[in-house]
Design a protein around this ligand. Structure first.
Ligand code: CP
Length: 314
């Protein structure tokens, strides 16, 4: 039996039963989207506040759609045109917005640990929408939800997942490798030596090159975005060089198609760097499915968390 959780800050805070319970809760929401009316009254009268201090398309919009489909009121602070630009701290902003009595705060920040700090400061449920290199728990949950659809079960034992790219700067690699391992999959990595740190999460094994990695016969190749904006220095000679050594180019893609390997990427994609254009139309490319499952998974997270503000109702 697990305790109710106020916040979702990192996958490490969840046990396997809790992960399975969130992923199971997402399934009926996926069915809901096939109906003409895609809305349920579950969170009517509740407020979701979103604070994105870093750019986002998928995460921010899917939280908005998820909140709307649960009938919650959704407010997004336009950080770039707020008092944040005048130097207001995150905690002062949260205090100021506290007057709105938000039940949930969804936050993305370039500094690791900011969502944890905010969670200690408010009764609202805080959901980490990505903090620095640290964590992106809802991305991990939606990735697992997507493989649940593909494999038909939540036990990923015997499945092999190859993560390719910039492990060093990737909160996605950290969170997604963790959840896949917890669900029983074996996860290994491939990437430039400069971007694959020796102290890898869960001590994941590293391949020397693509050929060695493909000989391992992965079920899934998970391509990470090259995070140019986080790389203060140059970690590899050029984008072209990265594509030729680590990218899913036409030659590697042909092998992947022949072997029926699933392809994932959290987005946004750098076309011609992590993958060739043709990969996006491959029938086992799950990129759009990941985005679609982001909505149901985030609805499940909002439904599953227990903000302390709810208890004040009673
Ligand atoms: N995968 C992901 O976090 O995408 P956004 O940056 O567009 O939210």
């Amino acid at each position: 039996m697990s305790e109710p959780h106020k916040d979702l800050l990192q996958i490490e805070d969840l046990n396997k039963d809790e992960i399975e319970s969130i992923l199971a809760a997402a399934q009926p929401f996926k069915e809901l989207f096939k109906r003409s009316v895609k809305k349920v009254p579950t969170l009517q009268g509740k407020t979701v506040l979103s604070l994105f201090y870093e750019p986002s398309t998928r995460t921010s919009s899917s939280f908005e759609v998820a909140a709307n489909r649960l009938s919650a009121d959704f407010t997004s602070l336009a950080v770039a045109s707020s008092s944040v630009v005048k130097g207001e701290t995150v905690l002062d902003t949260v205090d100021t917005l506290g007057a709105m009595r938000a039940d949930y705060i969804v936050i993305r920040h370039k500094k690791a640990g900011i969502p944890n700090l905010v969670a200690e400061h408010t009764d609202a449920s805080v959901i980490n929408a990505g903090d620095g290199f640290h964590a992106h728990p809802t991305q991990a949950l939606l990735d697992a939800s997507t493989l649940y659809d593909v494999f038909g079960k939540l036990d990923f034992s015997g499945k092999k997942i190859l993560i390719v790219g910039d492990i060093l700067h990737s909160r996605v690699a950290r969170s997604t490798s963790r959840i896949m391992t917890m669900l029983g999959a074996e996860v290994r990595v491939l990437g430039p030596g400069t971007l694959v740190p020796p102290g890898r999460p869960d001590k994941m094994k590293k391949f020397k090159n693509y050929e060695e990695a493909m000989d391992w016969k992965p079920d899934v190749v998970y391509l990470l975005r090259v995070q140019f904006e986080r790389q203060g220095e140059q970690f590899f000679p050029s984008s072209g060089e990265y594509h030729s050594v680590y990218g899913l180019n036409e030659e590697r893609f042909n092998k992947i198609k022949d072997e029926g390997v699933w392809v994932m990427h959290p987005g946004p994609v750098n076309r011609g760097v992590e993958l060739a254009d043709s990969v996006t139309t491959y029938d086992r490319c799950l990129i759009n499915r990941q985005v679609e499952n982001g909505i149901a998974t985030r609805m499940a997270v909002l439904y599953w968390l227990k903000p302390q503000t709810f208890q004040q109702d009673g």
